[in-house]
Design a protein around this ligand. Structure first.
Ligand code: FAD
Ligand code: DLZ
Ligand code: SF4
Length: 508
């Protein structure tokens, strides 16, 4: 007879997980399960499945090393269930357990599935986040707008990160005006640390190769799959890329997928690193004079600001948030997103990189693939499924508010006061993609016109009612009014033709 079952999910690989802290090593049993259903709930990128399975296997060993009894089901074991709930139930019957402890999952579907178990299920808050559901709800209470910047300042005060008393270090909360530079090609840019597969990873790669036929290349696989490797990625970032993180945050360069980004999201999201330890390491690098203030502040804002904020929105809005479609968009996702042909150099670069690396950085996600899907009026549910599938770091709690809220404005403006749309000019300013594109970014209409240019105006016109009075967008409507009416008619007609071609499944 055993005590309770402590369920540890594939993105809960932290030794101080709430479920473990609440458990009793002398009688409780940790249950971990590789199940096909979690790999196929959406067609997860093969590298993401491999990361999770390899990290789970290593974590189970680490827990055993600490003295926990771990009952671990591998995907190879034929008698196993296809679902997490089925596997927990099977273990409960096998061990004679009737109570289960679960740390709050990061996907509503998983929470509902586990709560429906015919067992005593206790769900504990996931205290790996710096702000709890209750705290975020209290912060949000009574506010007309839930702007990230205000939440960020609250979190700076709460954590004390980069604070001098009650004032922000350096006198400013936000150094973004020093950021957003165009990237320069540099022979000195160090490639980030990657890891050759060890025995555990090799085993899992073979398994994923045999069991999953999803979009995305499985090899080469170089992600950190244990805490020691994740700490090495952090150290590599602090030493080689943090100093230029702010400057290059929004830049895009052909053939340079990583630039000055940290590559830490997957390690943070599956629990190999803690968000506070990462922020403290960044703060210490700034205090030691190793990196400028705009870099350190910019990075810390992404973590205690954006990361915590989107989790708060996800928790506050609940499962209904996933069905948001404020703009009534209904087109299918272009085949180009799943590797189909496209002549748009920027979209192609982002998708090829996504296919090969399971990674694209924030501006590629927001201003290339996200921007195009929004301009083209793609159903946000399809966009959500794509983003949840293709990235190494994609988990619903963080992906959904970024996609449905920030990127597609499908939540009607909860996350963003205005939609993130731009013409080709923005992409041209922040990247070197346009020079090698079949389209011409300077061409606004007719032969060779950049699709972003056409669809930008089409978007603004089809949503005129909603956005013309938005103070942050009114200027664009005034610009349109001043344009030659014949030109405007041609832009909208060309955009309609483009959308018809997209609907017919033609490559654009
Ligand atoms: P860096 O650029 O080095 O940033 C540092 C860290 O800040 C990241 O590791 C991440 O933990 C955090 N961060 C930065 N921006 C955000 C943000 N907007 N929301 C939450 N955390 C942020 N991030 C995910 O972790 N998982 C997702 O599924 C995800 N989906 C996204 C979908 C869309 C449409 C968009 C626009 C953004 C999405 N992001 C997501 C946010 C961001 O793009 C990634 O966190 C980042 O690209 C990860 O790479 P990095 O670790 O090199 O990040
Ligand atoms: C994403 C994922 C995958 C691919 N496989 C597993 C698995 O086999 N077992 C498991 O416990 N978790 C897996 N996960 C992560 C879960 O889907 C994750 O806990 C939810 O997405 C909630 O964030
Ligand atoms: Fe993208 Fe337009 Fe530039 Fe081509 S011209 S890379 S489609 S922004």
């Amino acid at each position: 007879m055993v005590g309770r079952l402590i369920v540890v999910l594939g993105d809960q690989l932290s030794l101080d997980l709430a479920g473990l802290m609440a458990g009793d090593m002398s009688c409780d049993v940790v249950v971990m399960a590789e199940v096909k259903g979690e790999g196929t709930s959406v067609p997860h990128h093969p590298q993401k499945i491999a990361l999770i399975l390899a990290a789970m296997r290593k974590h189970a060993e680490a827990l055993r090393g600490l003295g926990w009894r771990v009952e671990y089901s591998t995907l190879e074991e034929a008698e196993n269930s296809q679902t997490l709930a089925g596997e927990v139930l099977r273990r409960a019957a096998e061990l004679g357990a009737s109570d289960v402890i679960v740390t709050h999952p990061g996907e509503w579907r998983v929470l509902e599935e586990l709560q429906a178990l015919p067992l005593g299920v206790t769900v504990l808050p996931d205290d790996r986040f710096l702000s709890s559901h209750a705290e975020f709800a209290a912060w949000a209470e009574g506010r007309k707008e839930l702007r990230m910047e205000w939440f960020y300042r609250y979190m700076r005060r709460k954590t004390g990160l980069m604070m001098e008393g009650d004032k922000p270090a350096g006198g400013q909360w936000n150094y973004d005006h020093d950021n957003r530079k165009r990237a320069q090609r540099s022979l000195l840019r160090a490639a980030p640390v990657r890891f050759a597969p060890d025995g555990v990873v090799e085993e899992v790669l073979a398994l994923v190769e045999a069991r999953f036929d999803h979009f995305g290349a499985l090899r080469p696989f170089g992600w950190a799959t244990d805490r020691a490797q994740a700490l090495a990625v952090l150290e590599d970032f602090l030493t080689h890329r943090l100093a230029t993180f702010g400057d290059e945050q929004d830049a895009m360069l052909e053939g340079e997928p990583w630039l000055s980004h940290s590559l830490l999201s997957a390690s943070l999201n599956i629990g190999l690193l803690g968000s506070l330890e990462v922020c403290k390491a960044v703060e210490a690098a700034w205090q030691a004079g190793r990196v400028p203030i705009n870099a350190a502040e910019g990075f810390i804002r992404q973590i205690i600001g954006w990361r915590e904020y989107v989790r708060g929105i996800w928790a506050l809005k609940g499962p209904e948030y996933l069905a948001g479609n404020a703009l009534g968009h209904s087109r299918a996702l272009p085949a180009a997103y799943w590797g189909g042909k496209t002549q748009m150099a920027c979209v192609k670069a982002a998708v090829v990189q996504t296919r090969d690396l399971a990674y694209a950085h924030h501006i590629q996600r927001l201003m290339v693939t996200g921007n195009f899907a929004l301009l083209a009026g793609v159903d946000p549910a399809h966009v959500h499924e794509w983003y949840l599938s293709v990235y190494i770091d994609a988990f619903e709690w963080v992906e959904a508010p970024n996609t449905i809220g920030m990127s597609q404005w499908a939540d009607g403006g909860v996350v963003g006061s205005k939609p993130y749309v731009s013409s080709g000019a923005y992409i041209d300013r922040m990247s070197d993609y346009c020079g090698g594109c079949a389209y011409k970014v300077a061409v606004k209409v007719g032969e060779g016109a950049c699709p972003f240019n056409l669809l930008y105006w089409h978007f603004l016109m089809r949503h005129r009612e909603r956005f013309a009075k938005n103070p942050r967008m009114a200027q664009m409507y005034r610009t349109w009014e001043k344009m030659d009416p014949d030109h405007c008619t041609r832009v909208l007609a060309d955009a309609d033709t483009l959308l018809t071609r997209l609907e017919a499944g033609e490559p654009v």
